[in-house]
Design a protein around this ligand. Structure first.
Ligand code: GDP
Ligand code: MG
Length: 163
């Protein structure tokens, strides 16, 4: 059984960028037939030799008539419920926002195994946000850059313990 890993966090922290990085080339194989436009955000992914099933929160389908805020909350709840392990992501460049706290609360309440990712950690501009992340109560953050592929080995080391 592959581990289900959901990437959770407020918009714009870099969830989809990490999703795409971990899914890699396989993403191109997903429904590029004409007429099949739906963006699938759940896929098999590889981290080192670990084969996992990765879930990107924002692609999960929820009722469209709901307000954006409600949809975001529902998608996050759905992602959390599907997950064996949660990657909770913050943007280390902007630092914590009330919305980060809000989603962190949902994750904490789920009681699921959570790995805290301080993304956009390439360069010094991320130092402040990295240290702020400790205050979420989700353990020690791992500094990553989804865009530049930094921290993937550290992420592997932590995830492999939960396999
Ligand atoms: P999502 O809304 O959480 O899915 O975030 P996206 O993956 O769409 O990324 C939001 C923005 O952050 C995009 O402009 C990305 O290019 C940027 N981004 C993602 N990862 C990184 C990173 O590691 N470093 C930097 N500097 N920007 C990033
Ligand atoms: Mg996204």
């Amino acid at each position: 059984m592959k581990l289900n890993v959901a990437i959770v966090g407020r918009p714009n922290v870099g969830k989809s960028t990490l999703f795409n990085r971990l899914v890699g080339k396989k993403l191109a194989l997903v429904d590029d037939r004409p007429g099949v436009t739906r963006d699938r955000r759940e896929n098999e992914a590889k981290l080192g030799d670990l084969l996992i099933n990765i879930i990107d929160t924002a692609g999960l389908e929820v009722a469209e008539e709901d307000a954006l805020e409600t949809r975001m909350r529902l998608q996050t709840e759905e992602a959390i419920s599907m997950a064996d392990v949660i990657f909770f992501m913050i943007d280390a460049r902007t630092g914590l926002t009330p919305m980060d706290e809000y989603f962190a609360n949902m994750v904490r309440k789920s009681g699921k195994t959570t790995i805290l990712l301080a993304n956009k950690a390439e360069g010094k501009a991320a130092d402040g946000g990295f240290y702020e992340a400790f205050s979420l109560g989700l353990g020690e953050p791992i500094a990553v850059s989804a865009e530049h592929g930094i921290g993937m080995a550290d992420l592997y080391e932590v995830l492999v313990k939960h396999e």
